[in-house]
Design a protein around this ligand. Structure first.
Ligand SMILES: *Cc1c(COP(=O)(O)O)cnc(C)c1O
Length: 391
C-alpha cells in the first residue's frame, strides 16, 4: 500500500511479526505465565549470542542496574559515578539502595563519559564504589580507559548498555566489558519485550547475589519449586530481596527478537548511512559520532546554532509540524528537579553535556523504515536547515 503523505512518521516502531505472536500464544497455552522455562531459555540463548556466561533476565534495565549495583557493594555511604547525559534511572537505581550519585561530564566530541573527568572524580570522591559508563545511542564508551581506571582505583565498572545491543567491540560485546552490564528491552530499545532487561555479570558470588535479590531473597526459584522433587512449598527467605524477574510471556518475545537482532542492526545501520550521506554537506548540521561497534539505537542529529537563525526547540517544532515524530535524548540530570534540588546540580559544571543537550534532536529511526519515510525525514531536515540558514 502506498504511504499516505499526510501520515505522521513515528519516532520509533517496534518490529514484530507472526513469530512474536506465536511465541506469546505458546506461553499462554502452556499455562505457565511467570518466570520459567522461556526465561531460562532466553538467558541461555542471550549468553550464547554474546559469547559469555552469567546472563540474568530481569523485568527492566532499571531493576538490572539496581541489582548489579547492589551486587558490587553500592549502598549507604557509597556512591556511583555516571554522567548527567543519561536516563534518570541510571542514577536513581543507586538511590533505591540508599547510595548517592556523583557526575562527570561527557567528552567534547561524543555523548559518552570522559575518562579524564572520571579520574578527577575518583580522586576527589573516594566513596565512589562503581563507575557507570553509558553507551549513549549505542556507541561504546572508551571501555579500555574506563576499565583501567576501575582497576587502578579498585572500583567496579557497571555498564549501562541499555542502548547497546548488539554492539561488538574488539574486546567483546558492550555490556560484557566491565564487572557487570545491563541491556534494556523497553518498548523503544533495539530489541524489545515491552518491558525487560538482561544483566551480564562477572563472578559467581555476584551472580548468586543477583539471582537471590531478583526474587524476594528466596533461596529457590519458582520454577525449581514446581519442577524439583523437593516439596514445592519448602523455601526460605535469606535476604530482603526485591521482585525483578522477567515473566515467560515477555521472555518468549525476547527469544524471537534476539534471533532478529543482527538483521535489525543491519537495517538501522543502512538508514544511518543514508541519513549521514544526506546531511553531511549541510553546514548547519553535525552528524552523530560514529565508531567501532555502534549499535545505532538512536540517530542523534546536532544543529550548529551559530549557522542558523533558530535554535534546537524551533528546529524540532518545525520538524514536528512537517509530521516527524522527534525526541530529545537526553534531558540531562542538571535540568531535572529531583537532581537539581538534592544535589544542587548546575549546567555550568557540565559544559559538554549542556552544549549537546541544547543542540541535539533525535530523528525518526527504527528497523524497517520505508525508503519513502527515510526520504521524508531527510527532506524535512534539509529544507528546515535551508530555510533558517544564517547568511
Ligand atoms: C531505557 C534506559 C534505561 C532504563 O531501561 P528500562 O528497561 O526502561 O528500565 C536506563 N538507561 C538508559 C540509558 C536508558 O536509555
Amino acid at each position: 500500500m502506498a504511504e499516505n503523505m499526510n501520515d505522521n512518521i513515528p519516532f520509533f516502531k517496534p518490529s514484530f511479526s507472526q513469530d512474536e505472536e506465536d511465541a506469546v500464544l505458546r506461553v499462554l497455552r502452556s499455562g505457565w505465565l511467570t518466570t520459567g522455562p522461556e526465561a531460562l531459555a532466553f538467558e541461555n540463548e542471550f549468553s550464547r549470542f554474546i559469547g559469555g556466561t552469567h546472563c540474568l533476565a530481569v523485568n527492566s534495565a532499571t531493576s538490572g542496574l539496581m541489582l548489579a549495583y547492589d551486587a558490587f557493594g553500592v549502598g549507604p555511604g557509597t556512591s556511583i559515578l555516571t554522567t548527567p547525559y543519561t536516563f534518570a534511572s541510571t542514577a536513581t537505581a543507586a538511590r533505591h539502595l540508599g547510595a548517592d550519585i556523583r557526575w562527570a561530564d561527557i567528552e567534547s566530541d561524543s555523548y559518552n563519559i570522559d575518562p579524564n573527568r572520571i579520574e578527577e572524580a575518583l580522586k576527589k570522591h573516594p566513596e565512589i564504589r562503581a563507575i557507570v559508563p553509558v553507551h549513549v545511542a549505542g556507541l561504546p564508551c572508551d571501555m579500555e580507559a574506563i576499565c583501567y581506571l576501575g582497576k587502578k582505583y579498585g572500583k567496579a565498572v557497571i555498564e549501562d548498555a541499555a542502548h547497546a545491543f548488539p554492539s561488538r567491540t574488539p574486546g567483546g560485546f558492550a555490556g560484557t566489558l566491565g564487572d557487570a552490564g545491563v541491556w534494556s528491552f523497553y518498548a523503544t530499545k533495539t530489541i524489545t519485550t515491552g518491558e525487560g532487561g538482561m544483566v551480564h555479570v562477572r563472578g559467581d558470588e555476584a551472580e548468586k547475589r543477583i539471582k537471590l535479590m531478583r526474587s524476594h531473597g528466596i533461596n529457590r526459584t519458582i520454577w525449581d519449586r514446581y519442577t524439583s522433587v523437593q516439596a514445592s512449598w519448602v523455601y526460605d527467605v535469606v535476604e530482603d530481596g526485591w521482585k525483578c524477574n522477567l515473566p515467560d510471556i515477555l521472555a518468549a518475545i525476547g527469544r524471537e527478537q534476539l534471533k532478529k537482532a543482527d538483521s535489525f542492526l543491519d537495517q538501522r545501520s543502512k538508514t544511518a548511512r543514508k541519513y549521514a550521506e544526506a546531511f553531511r554537506s549541510c553546514p548547519s548540521l553535525e552528524l552523530p559520532p560514529d565508531g567501532t561497534g555502534n549499535a545505532w539505537h538512536l540517530f542523534l542529529l546536532r544543529i550548529i546554532p551559530e549557522k542558523l537563525t533558530i535554535g534546537r526547540d524551533e528546529f524540532a517544532a518545525e520538524l514536528q509540524k512537517q509530521g516527524l515524530g522527534i525526541s530529545v535524548h537526553f534531558i540531562p540530570h542538571f535540568e531535572l528537579t529531583y537532581f537539581k534540588k538534592r544535589y544542587n546540580l548546575t549546567r555550568e559544571e557540565f559544559p559538554c553535556s549542556a552544549r549537546r543537550y541544547e543542540t541535539t534532536i533525535t530523528l525518526p529511526f527504527w528497523p524497517g523504515m520505508s525508503e519513502e519515510q527515510e526520504d521524508r525525514v531527510i527532506r524535512a531536515v534539509i529544507s528546515t536547515a535551508d530555510t533558517y540558514a544564517r547568511s
